[in-house]
Write a protein that binds this ligand. Structure first.
Ligand SMILES: Nc1nc2c(c(=O)[nH]1)N[C@H]1C(S)=C(S)[C@@H](COP(=O)(O)OP(=O)(O)OC[C@H]3O[C@@H](n4cnc5c(=O)[nH]c(N)nc54)[C@H](O)[C@@H]3O)O[C@H]1N2
Ligand SMILES: Nc1nc2c(c(=O)[nH]1)N[C@H]1C(S)=C(S)[C@@H](COP(=O)(O)OP(=O)(O)OC[C@H]3O[C@@H](n4cnc5c(=O)[nH]c(N)nc54)[C@H](O)[C@@H]3O)O[C@H]1N2
Ligand code: SF4
Ligand SMILES: [Mo]
Length: 737
């Protein structure tokens, strides 16, 4: 649609978080006059959150880069696309030729997964680079889910999703979907969906060190000490398997390893774990019994569980609990999706790889590869530790690891020491300011959109395509065009001359673009025109005719057929996970998580509806209200440190110190403090006028890159030990603390 006169309406899916809300965008004379929820979207039924409006702000943002920039001794200068891509390819190629392939690393951030072109063309560039030093936001996020799914079901993306709309008991650990809008559980309008559980006579129970927005509307909330959930889950399994009997139902015919988990659960009674978790044994036993007796129940855990030292154990044990209570692959339990573009079971060329583990290790700390990537917690040391194999150049795509990965300050210093860095990103921010070249893509409204990833992670099977709202300007490029342009140049340099074949392929792919690949995937998919012409007959054309999206029905039982394990069985007790229980035992045999009286507090994170990781703080409309980058602290802990609400405090961890205002509240449990992540915009040299005025401090200047889940390598930044004291007022004496 170009700048047409008169009122118009455009329908699309919001790509900012995982909820996939349908939007109704009204325009007049080519300008947006309103963004509302699309009441006719069968999935989101009119729901939106305040971030939807930001799509227009992002589009208009004067700080958003409109063309490539090159860093020079005297500042940033505009440069043509051809020069920027040529120079990037030349530098990367030269570094790989001189120092080996692994000398060029890459980091892919979260928005890649919300971007059709990056999902389909990003892997091509990585394949061309052939470097083992691949990093992404996966390993500061959902890696444990993928790890457990790979070992249990044979594919990293065969992740069980809570069947929210049919469950009778939802047990939530370490997730706050009322603020996050749900993750690995795409479900627009969480609030209404949770209410509906209660209206059906079901229950919602939350275990979290903070009484969150989700806890506030739940039927019950239980505080649990950070980092101890694996123990609580084992104790619930104890109730399920030792005090009661397993009930696998139809899964029994194709599940192996039940005896092993029964044996493990024996040692973990609710009484034994209570001193560590802080959850009274009768409370935990009651939750377990209610869970087991519910008509249909599902246990769900997200960031708070994934990003702790036993994240992989947690995600595994959650699925085991769902299996042994008869709730996996059952209506109202944890189910699998059947997406129209099938990244799990679809044709190999279009599907995501099933995963891999430990094929290589990181150079410095020996952390394991998963699915071709190394843990992001190891990125800084791979850049700043001298020796053969050091990363000397970096490509970042849609990532801001300086604010988003543990010990961002160390990474920041390491980035400054690189020989070369190129960033594909619309902003000059805390990370990209270290790049030599920034290659900015179009805004989200200037490209077509289909959620290849989130349709596969949704509580209902749906499909929706959104065309571009605005014609991209003549001098602008979409992410996939940038990726493809860089890849083609790298291949040409490697060959030493332009090859006719490679050029033809490049030209063909450039013409095809993501839309044609999407069309192919839809046609070959489970509802596709290729196989089901009568029933759904899905193709891109069919989706274009349905601007509000298509409902493909509730999640359906699909096992054992959909399992991707070679023996088509569920592996309930994969060896690496079973073995890791020893580490758990040892960690807690040494004593409780934090020694009471040591003065140490455990730092956890916090999300707010109006934030989105680090990158939407340049939208003025989202920063309304009281400053949000505050340290929540329990009144007892505050009193002990002579801190009152609103006072400035310094927070110190092994790796750094920040100063932030304190918010005294019994929302957090004693011994725990909470600070949001994604702030810290006070760094020099960025081009983010609004964010800089609301700078805040970076949570990841405190998180420790040495703290990882030793099994899978995920960052363990939940529960960072910190000391907090009153900040010295200028000229005042430092109070004792
Ligand atoms: N302490 C702590 N740290 C955390 C978390 C936490 O809970 N606590 N959460 C973690 C989680 S879950 C995640 S996913 C990570 C996120 O980590 P990252 O993905 O590294 O960080 P983001 O803040 O999402 O930054 C996204 C970047 O992508 C750019 N961008 C946005 N849209 C596009 C686009 O369409 N194309 C391109 N090329 N660029 C785009 C933005 O300008 C920004 O630079 O942070 C993690 N870090
Ligand atoms: N508004 C908004 N929405 C977002 C994002 C955003 O930044 N802002 N980010 C998006 C992204 S990338 C993701 S991955 C999702 C994340 O989605 P969620 O996982 O739902 O989001 P969080 O708010 O990080 O929830 C983690 C919860 O774990 C709790 N917690 C911390 N440590 C522990 C622990 O040891 N045990 C237990 N039981 N709980 C613990 C925290 O108190 C918090 O309530 O949100 C997405 N949506
Ligand atoms: S909930 Fe997520 S998808 Fe829905 S409008 Fe808000 S940011 Fe967009
Ligand atoms: Mo995330």
């Amino acid at each position: 649609m170009s700048a047409a006169p008169g009122p118009q309406v455009h329908f699309r899916t919001c790509n900012l978080c995982e909820a996939m809300c349908g939007l109704r965008i009204e325009l007049d004379a080519g300008r947006i006059t309103a963004i509302r929820g699309d009441a006719e979207d069968p999935f989101s039924r009119g729901h939106v959150c305040p971030k939807a409006l930001a799509l227009e702000d992002l589009h208009q943002d004067p700080d958003r880069l409109r063309g490539p920039l090159r860093r020079t001794a005297t500042g940033w200068e505009p440069v043509s696309w051809d020069d920027a891509l040529d120079e990037s390819a030349r530098r990367l190629h030269a570094i790989q030729r001189e120092h080996g392939r692994d000398a060029v690393g890459s980091y892919l951030g979260n928005p890649n997964v919300h971007n059709l072109g990056n999902m389909l063309f990003g892997p091509e560039l990585l394949r061309t680079l052939r470097s083992r030093n691949r990093f992404s936001a996966t390993s500061v996020d959902q890696l444990p889910h993928q790890f457990a799914a790979y070992l249990m079901f044979g594919h990293q993306l065969l992740v069980p999703i809570p069947d929210l709309d049919h469950t009778g008991y939802l047990l939530v650990l370490g997730a706050n979907p009322l603020a996050s809008n749900g993750s690995l559980m795409t479900a627009p309008d969480i609030r209404a969906r949770l209410r509906a559980i209660q209206q059906r006579g079901g229950r919602v129970v939350v275990m979290d060190p903070r009484r969150t927005e989700t806890a506030a509307i739940a039927d019950a909330h239980v505080f649990i000490r950070p980092g101890t959930d694996a123990l609580a889950l084992l104790a619930m399994l104890h109730v399920a398997l030792v005090e009661h009997a397993p009930r696998l139902g139809p899964l029994d015919a194709f599940t192996q390893g039940l005896e092993t988990v029964c044996a493990l659960a024996r040692d973990f009674s609710p009484e034994q774990v209570a001193p560590h978790t802080g959850v009274p044994a009768p409370t935990l036993r009651r939750i377990a019994r209610d869970f087991l007796s519910a008509r249909a129940a599902v246990c769900y855990g997200r960031m708070g569980l994934s990003t702790q030292s036993f994240g992989a154990l947690c995600q595994w044990l959650i699925t085991v609990l769902n299996v042994v209570s008869g709730n996996l692959d059952r209506r109202g339990g944890a189910m699998f999706t059947l997406p129209a573009f099938d990244i799990v079971g679809g044709p190999r060329a279009l599907a995501v790889g099933r995963g891999s583990f430990g094929r290589w290790k990181s150079r410095v700390r020996g952390l394991p590869e998963f699915a071709g990537e190394l843990p992001s917690a190891a990125m800084a040391e791979e850049l700043d530790t001298p020796g053969p194999g050091r990363v000397r150049a970096l490509v970042t795509v849609a990532g801001n690891p300086v604010l988003s990965t543990p010990n961002g300050a160390r990474l920041e210093r390491a980035l400054a020491g690189l020989d070369f860095m190129v960033s594909i990103d619309p902003y000059l921010n805390e990370t990209t300011r270290h790049a030599h070249l920034i290659l900015p893509p179009v805004s989200p409204l200037e490209r077509g959109h289909y959620d290849v990833a989130f349709h596969a992670l949704a509580v209902r099977n749906t499909a929706k395509y959104s065309p571009a709202l605005f014609e991209p300007g003549p001098g602008s490029r979409q992410d996939w065009q940038i990726l493809l342009g860089l890849q083609h140049r790298l291949l040409t340099l490697r060959k030493g001359r332009p090859s006719v074949r490679a050029t033809l392929k490049y030209q063909a792919l450039s013409r095809l673009g993501p839309e044609r690949v999407l069309d192919l995937g839809l046609r070959l998919g489970p509802y596709g025109a290729r196989f089901h012409p009568a029933k759904h007959g899905l193709s891109l054309a069919k989706l274009r005719q349905a601007p509000h999206g298509l409902d493909l029905g509730a999640l359906q039982p699909c096992l054992p057929q959909r399992l991707q394990t070679k023996d088509q069985r569920i592996h309930l007790a994969p060896e690496p996970l079973v073995a890791d229980v020893r580490r758990l035992r040892e960690a807690f045999a040494r004593g409780a998580a934090s020694a009471p009286g040591s003065g140490e507090l455990l730092l956890i994170g916090r999300r707010h509806l109006r934030d989105n990781n680090s990158w939407m703080h340049n939208v003025q409309g989202l920063l309304k209200g009281k400053p949000r980058c505050t340290l929540m602290m329990h009144p007892q802990d505050a009193a002990r440190r002579e801190l009152a609400d609103g006072m400035e405090a310094t927070v110190t961890s092994r790796v750094g110190t920040v100063t932030v205002p304190v918010h005294v509240t019994d929302e957090v449990m004693p011994g725990v403090v909470s600070l949001p992540h994604g702030y810290g915009h006070g760094r020099q040299g960025t081009r983010l006028a609004v964010a800089a005025a609301h700078a805040g401090a970076s949570h990841n200047d405190l998180t420790d890159e040495q703290a990882v889940d030793a099994l899978c390598g995920n960052a363990a930044f939940s529960g960072t030990p910190v000391r907090v004291r009153r900040a010295a007022a200028p000229g005042a004496a430092t109070p004792a603390g």
